[in-house]
Design a protein around this ligand. Sequence first.
Ligand code: ZN
Length: 504
Amino acid sequence: MTAPHDFVELKKRLGAIHDLRMANELLSWDQVVMMPAGGASSRAEQMATLETIAHERFTSAEIGQLLDRLAAYEQSLPHESDEACLIRQTRVDYDKARKVPTELSAEMTRVSSLSRNAWAEARAKSDFSMFEPHLVQMLDLKKRYVDLFQPTGDPYDVVLDDYERAMPTAEVAAIFAELKKAIVPLIAAIAERKDRAGDACLHGHFPKDAQRAFCLSIVKRFGFSDEQWRLDPTTHPFATNTGLGDIRITTRYYEDFLSPSLFGTMHECGHGLYEHGVSPSLERTPVCQGASLGLHESQSRLWENIVGRSRPFWRCFYPQLQAAFPDQFREVDLETFYRAVNTVQPGFIRVEADELTYGLHVILRFELERDMLAGRVQVKDLPRVWNERMREYLGVDVPNDAKGVLQDVHWSLGLFGYFPTYALGTIISAQIWERALAAMPDLPAQFERGEFSALREWLRTNLHCHGRKFTPKETLEKVTGSKTIDVGPFVAYVRGKFGDIYGV
Ligand code: ZN
């Protein structure tokens, strides 16, 4: 059946909107990678203009009429076809976008830019009271946003849906409760045997150029190519793209500490591989991207941790690392290095947390966000509650607001509902790995030989190619065989790995 004229028209309009959004991605990449500081105010205007045009075009009555007229065509198509998925997904996005009054989204943009500045200043001075009135204001706007959707259950469902569509809060809470139950005693047991691992060898002197060359040599084995990818330095690393053939990842280099560039680059490469692997048939449409933040993070975590912190991986790369930094690693054997990159060390800072304690940082934020939205915790009490729970979950005493409640930018931007996706991604990564390993038991042997294409292509076929055609849960089912996020494989993975390292 040839596509009706309305479908051709819808695709044409969505294609133009996609172009506007990709142009904004490029401006945003440029802003934090290339732009001199003096460009900040004009860049903010340019990006707001492009976003406004894209938003107006997307929420126009014409798009709604096209979607209505295409309902019968959609019904006639197989559920899994690109066309049906595009219409279905666009309708969900459209209905959601139409519910938010322009006045409210403009107010959120305005407040978030002021609030972000206030947060940066408050963090620099380690003084939560400077940020408090801005967070109160942001929270009020977020509550107004939640009310637009008349949630039947938990108000948190609405904000979570922005990043993990159709994922009920109660389900996340149950997953996190199970995670906490399994890892808190494991962390406590490891604390008794701290001397079994340490990361001293990762601190020293590592020239930037040598770090970059080594990181590139790794990601080129993963799938990075000079023709379609870029790797640039930035302050807060991220991955973006302007099309399937233009993938941009970023990293940061500390000359006195090797880990951030090494694992950060592998992490962002995982995000890049997901975007790069979306089916070309979906290009220039709103489904040409990862299915959710949780699934995205499952890819970055898989390459960074399950692959990049494994023994087989370092059996291949450690001799090369020793050759790149001979003074640093000549006297360090492979096992010591392997334990260094897998050292468990409860700390204050989420982004510096190890594989095991990371989840607790996320659970803390998830609980506080829910409590704030429901009015159970007042903004003014946030530092106290934060510090109490850090002590309870991780056994650490937070020394000041900068290292505590003010460490992350998310709340200043109104990004409530975002944090849980980090931990969900980690859990999903172990589920996916279990399936991949069952399908290809010799993957570890391949890694030892520096071969990663079988894993990458398996992920492309079972996950990446689908883009955002399906809901996150439908997508999860395609790659794991189950619609349920299951903590089991992650718990088994960390018990095996850290049990071996620490003898617990
Ligand atoms: Zn990530």
